[in-house]
Design a protein around this ligand. Sequence first.
Ligand code: PAF
Length: 282
Amino acid sequence: MKTLHTVAELQSLRADWRARGERVAVVPTMGNLHRGHLALVERAKQLAERVVVTIFVNPLQFGPNEDFGRYPRTLPEDLKALAGLGVDLVYAPPVEEVYVNGFPPATTITVAPLSSQLEGHFRPGFFTGVATVVAILFDSVQPDVAVFGEKDWQQLQIVTRMVADLRMGIAIVGHPTARDDDGLAMSSRNQYLNAEERARAPAVHASLQAVAAGLRAGRRDLESLCDEACAALRQQGFVPQYLEVRTPALDSPIASTRDFVVLVAAVLGTTRLIDNLRVTLD
Ligand code: PAF
């Protein structure tokens, strides 16, 4: 497994692979890898001969009061975790290798109107930061396929739409959320929780399951269903930001909808947790 930090070195290796007709799968990450990321790598291995993992804590997707400064940066541990998994290349560029003409970049990508809803409403600029860096990383790696976690469901929809609109010709594959035994979705931000908060954190997944149970029982009073789940979260000390039922493409459900996704963001102490659950009715 090679580790490279410049796009020139990356592209020279990429050219060798292309000359041999080898397909490339990329797993974009911000590092601090956990079991969920490693599952994305395993999936990527099934999809292409070569696997590239990118590790870059992207300043463009953090708001001024967010956790860019304290976001865990653990490259040596990440490289250890990836060793032996069959990854060909870890691309870990510095900021100036990604934003070549200075930071912040003059050119950005916004997938409207999805980027200003749900997560985007509470984190203005977040999805512009994500779409822009993903486009730059795709341009650097030139992958045939890219694997993203379904935990960031809205991000997955936005990247899929960007790739389609800009005719990037990259297959986007979503992979199911990895969870701890008590249902908490794995996230690098879970380590911000203290022991008492960690014990309460599974309430986020439980709130989604409660809404899913309502949908399966035939309830379509979506607003009160979500209000009840938010009330349960508040009882556990959370401040819910949104809890909504949408279609998988993130439109509002209509009477005939049978395939839903329930999405939630809630703050516990100083930690913001997000999660979602797909509900498909027979
Ligand atoms: O999901 C993430 O870790 C990031 O948003 C991504 C896709 C690597 C872009 O920085």
